[in-house]
Ligand binder design. Structure first.
Ligand code: FE
Length: 238
């Protein structure tokens, strides 16, 4: 086994980076780079793009500790356990979602992979000090597709709040138009040809219950007003 393989198998990314920081010279052996060691594991969970308490008071650190650290982490661990032997080894999370969608014998893997994909996207849809109005080409597309920002906002909030049970509220791009859709459980528009997800809000109870209890509408409205990372949403447009 090479040094690179030993490192990949024995350390997670955070451990590797910490070790590299204190023993960089020792690790700077020929052929041993961070990309070599970790690019081979596309299922590694990306770090949150902000601190656990960065979205307070809209979403508490306690919610993110459970939501990212327990719920998302459990889905990710399940995928890693379920992939071996499926022929999907080495594929990205989104490719696994597309490859397993609609297959009854792969429902467990689809559900866990889609929840990983959805959560990874959701974290990036938020930022501290976000929310408010979008601008530029995204605002122009919203105006032409919905007739105005308020009409879009109402459609997105109503669709997300009205999703029965667990699921997700989305803004998507399809055929040059923007649309609001919602999906149940782990379902994602990613599996539909020609549909590009732009924005998502998690409306599973675990996303808001510690902070808002049953008040899903308060959570979705606060998400829109104070958290949405419109730069990320605009960057997803085709
Ligand atoms: Fe969630």
């Amino acid at each position: 086994m090479s040094a690179a393989e030993e490192t990949k198998g024995g350390l997670n990314r955070r451990e590797f980076m910490a070790l590299a920081g204190v023993a960089g010279a020792a690790l700077a052996a020929p052929g041993l780079f961070v990309t070599d060691a970790f690019a081979a594991d596309p299922l590694e969970m990306a770090p949150l793009p902000y601190a656990m308490n960065a979205l307070e008071p809209v979403i508490s650190a306690k919610t993110l500790e459970f939501h990212y650290g327990k719920h998302h982490a459990t889905y990710a661990a399940n995928v890693k356990k379920m992939v071996p032997g499926t022929g999907l080894e080495g594929k990205s999370m989104d490719d696994i979602v597309r490859a397993t969608a609609g297959q009854a014998d792969k429902a467990g893997l689809f559900n866990n992979a889609a929840q990983c994909s959805n959560h990874a996207f959701y974290w990036k849809c938020m930022k501290p000090g976000g929310g408010g109005m979008p601008s530029g080409k995204l605002m122009a597309a919203i105006m032409s597709s919905f007739g105005g920002y308020d009409a879009f906002r109402k459609a997105f909030v109503d669709g997300s709040v009205g999703r029965f049970g667990s699921g997700w509220g989305w803004l998507v791009q399809e055929g040059g138009k923007l649309k609001v859709v919602s999906t149940s459980n782990a379902e994602t528009p990613l599996t539909q040809a020609g549909v590009t997800p732009l924005l998502v809000v998690d409306v599973w109870e675990h996303a808001y219950y510690l902070d808002y209890q049953n008040r899903r509408a308060d959570y979705v409205n606060a998400f829109m007003d104070k958290l949405v990372n419109w730069d990320f949403v605009a960057a997803n447009m085709k």
